[in-house]
Design a protein around this ligand. Structure first.
Ligand code: COA
Length: 439
């Protein structure tokens, strides 16, 4: 069944559930908000509903209810490959149903059909100075596609609110179809002297990206792309990029505006850009020791880094309180395919000693690695050594999540977001008088 029909089939029940919750429990109190939370980036305050994914602090991400190992096991894949095709994951996120092989390939087929990127978009990328960060090029190219938005066109002509989601879905399929091509164009322009490679019709979405950046001949790298694009697709709704794209779409800005905004958030060093920092740090350690240090030397080095106030990239997380399962699955990939790689060996060694050291600081809430602790090491092994491109890889995948959130937000008629801000003076007065705000 097509994603559209699958959503249509479920919508009455979803709308009924939401309406019932609002009607019967609209005044039910979920949380109080403290002054610390207001000043602290509204950390941990429940402010939205997302059924696409949920990050459990002790278990990690579940996408539509499935853990990462479960997804790898059950989503459709090509014969003789280790990891699922992205079309199946997109189907699951969007349609809230496990796809059959046929349904997953139907997405891949639609993607193939809509994959042609208009030439003017490539001109937009060419117009950026060469030293522009690839994330700015990526976001700019996605925004340049805005004029193709079916939703924006239909909205200006007048459509039913209940049908908004259908146009968002159409735009989402059209945008995601083009994303690997745009990213590959940026990669080739920046790092391969502009040498472009045509897409390969027999390849799936993920493998085709590998192919278009000149790495299609290595089946391991094609599989790494499949793995990477599945595990980075979503991390619930509150992280900066997902929230930015959700917020922008709540104004009924179309999927191109919303996804470009999400990418802009992902480009920040406290979010998606962290993975390039992590590889830089690993290479610095290897350089310092002229190889992989033994555990005692590494412990001493790490303690010194922490004592001098440095943060070790790739460790810690705002929500997770365990080893990120996205780290674990990539570790297993590394153990199978690149056990001799020195950067990978260092990742293993750091994992062996750093959590205990971080625990002993007494202040780091999560001493375990996040996904960034390994992402770059695997890419580096297969020759993708341009650190600043790593966030683009992340973005290719994350757009799958942005679009699923946006389609369901429109389908469930979510309103424009408008939280309230207060002044410092108001907070001072309230806390002095112990009065709750009259908002
Ligand atoms: C991810 C991160 C931003 C989460 O921040 P957070 O929720 O504020 O983390 P915590 O509540 O555990 O922070 C408490 C203290 O531990 C420190 N801490 C957290 N992770 C640390 C790390 N990897 N190395 C050293 N110190 C760390 C914090 O800097 C903070 O110190 P402070 O009280 O002196 O300011 C943080 O762990 C970090 O900077 N990690 C390294 C960068 C990284 O991997 N980013 C990618 C995230 S997906």
């Amino acid at each position: 069944m097509h994603i559209r029909d699958r959503i249509e089939e479920q919508l009455p029940e979803w709308r009924e559930r939401v309406a019932r919750l609002k009607k019967d429990h609209g005044n039910f109190k979920i949380a109080d908000v403290t002054v610390d939370q207001i000043y602290g980036g509204i950390r941990g305050v429940p402010i939205q509903v997302s059924d696409i994914s949920y990050v459990d602090p002790t278990e990690g991400i579940r996408l539509r209810g499935y853990t990462i190992p479960e997804l790898i096991d059950i989503l459709p894949r090509r014969r003789n490959t280790e990891f699922p095709i992205a079309g199946g994951l997109f189907y699951l996120l969007m349609a809230n149903a496990l796809p059959s092989d046929e349904e997953a390939y139907q997405v891949e087929e639609e993607w193939r059909q809509y994959s042609k990127v208009p030439d003017y978009v490539y001109d937009v990328i060419r117009a950026y100075p060469m030293d522009t960060h690839p994330m700015a090029m990526f976001s700019g190219a996605v925004l340049a596609l805005q004029s193709t938005s079916k939703f924006a066109r239909e909205y200006s002509e007048g459509i039913l609110k209940a049908d908004y989601w259908k146009h968002y879905l159409e735009d989402s399929i059209q945008l995601t179809a083009k994303v690997p091509h745009i990213a590959a164009f940026i990669y080739n322009r920046k790092y391969r002297d502009g040498k472009m490679i045509d897409s390969e019709p027999d390849y799936d979405w993920s493998a085709n990206f590998a192919n278009m950046i000149g790495k299609g001949e290595n089946p391991e790298y094609r599989d790494l792309c499949r793995l990477f694009f599945v595990i980075h697709s979503d991390h619930e709704g509150g992280n900066v990029s997902a929230h930015a794209s959700h917020l922008v779409a709540s104004a009924l800005s179309d999927i191109y505006y919303a996804s470009s905004s999400g990418l802009n958030g992902l480009a920040g060093p406290l979010h998606g850009l962290a993975n390039q920092e992590c590889l830089r740090w690993l290479l610095g350690v290897l350089n310092y020791f002229e190889g992989v240090p033994d555990p005692d030397d590494l412990r001493e080095y790490l303690r010194n880094e922490l004592d001098s106030g440095k943060v070790i990239p790739g460790y810690g997380h705002a929500v997770l309180r365990t080893t990120d399962p996205r780290f674990t699955v990539q570790m297993e990939f590394g153990e199978r395919h690149l056990p001799e790689d020195t950067v990978f060996q260092l990742v293993q060694r750091v994992y062996g000693v750093l959590p205990d050291i971080l625990k002993k600081t007494g202040k780091v809430k999560n001493p375990w690695p996040n996904v960034d602790a390994i992402n770059g090491a695997l890419q580096h092994h297969y020759g993708v050594k341009q650190f600043d491109f790593y966030t683009v890889l992340f973005g290719i995948s994350r757009i799958l999540g942005f679009t699923a959130h946006a389609v369901w937000s429109r389908a469930l008629g979510k309103p424009i977001e408008r939280p309230k801000s207060l002044t410092t003076g108001m907070l001072e007065a309230m806390t002095a008088e112990h009065t709750a705000p009259a908002l």
